[in-house]
Design a protein around this ligand. Structure first.
Ligand SMILES: Cc1cc2nc3c(=O)[nH]c(=O)nc-3n(C[C@H](O)[C@H](O)[C@H](O)COP(=O)(O)O)c2cc1C
Length: 251
């Protein structure tokens, strides 16, 4: 079963492609997370966990979802991490996650997709994004081939810097940057409530037809990039920036 988490569609696109090639089921973990439900799943086909990279690891909300869930049937677990640049060195943590779940770690596939982290960096424009997504396709096709043949993903060879990013920097990242405090709606907001629906953590509530952010944000970019009016900003840093959603798979 292909189980995915996605803020702006890259990982959903990757997951849908894998599900198609493998003739397997596709499950949106975001839907269960939003309803505060734990996974209680059974699959005879390998588990394929697909998610964006947040500070060179799986998003914590997704690793917590896996850790707290029940995954019965197949023991094989593959990880596919989409990223804007690189996934760092998440193997040790993924291996440990598999160990506590009684799953066999079959490797992690790095898939470079367009950057979506617009509260920190910038996302590419449409043309550039389409090129990046096209270049990711053969990587995913090869990943599907390996999973289909029951082979593990190729070993990666991360360096010391990658290890530091996935450990020290990841540890500092959450307390320092993963906050909703700076999100606000501009006068262009028409109170449509899509942001409330899109938030996988149920962290947005419409009050007097205006979104109000709570404290459990994971900075997935679904609200700010999914707003049809581009009426959500994050302090001053998001002003004038491209709002990104995967061109192949609009939410
Ligand atoms: C909070 C946050 C942290 C991110 N950290 C990384 C990172 O460490 N390395 C990287 O290459 N890309 C990073 N990105 C970019 C995303 O991993 C990438 O754009 C991903 O494909 C988005 O997937 P989605 O569209 O399924 O949400 C980050 C994005 C966000 C929002």
């Amino acid at each position: 079963m292909i189980v995915y988490f996605s803020g702006t569609g890259n990982s959903r696109y990757a997951a849908a492609l894998l599900a198609d090639r493998l003739g397997d089921e596709l499950l949106d973990a975001g839907g269960l997370i939003k309803e505060k439900k734990k996974a209680e799943l059974t699959s005879e086909k390998p588990w394929v966990f697909v998610a964006p990279t947040y500070a060179w690891q799986l998003p914590r909300v997704f690793s917590d979802f896996i850790r707290s869930g029940l995954f019965e049937g197949s023991k094989d677990a593959y990880f596919v991490m989409t990223c804007g640049e690189d996934i760092g060195h998440p193997e040790k943590e993924l291996y440990e996650l598999c160990r506590v779940k009684g799953l066999d770690f079959q490797g992690v596939l790095e898939v470079v997709m367009p950057e979506n982290y617009i509260t920190m960096f910038s996302a590419p424009g449409q043309e550039e994004a389409a090129k990046i997504v096209a270049a990711a396709r053969p990587v995913l096709e090869e990943g599907a081939r390996l999973i289909g043949q029951g082979k593990g993903f190729a070993d990666r060879h991360p360096g010391l810097l990658d290890t530091l990013k996935s450990t020290v920097v990841n540890g500092a990242f959450y307390p320092l940057f993963v906050k909703a405090k700076a999100f606000y709606a501009t006068k262009d907001c028409n109170g449509c409530g899509l942001c409330e629906k899109l938030c996988p953590l149920n962290n947005i509530e419409l009050q007097n037809k205006e979104p109000v952010w709570g404290k459990s944000c994971t900075q997935c970019m679904a609200c700010i990039c999914g707003c049809p009016k581009e009426a959500i900003e994050y302090g001053r840093i998001s002003k004038g920036k491209v709002r990104y959603q995967c061109p192949e798979y609009k939410g």
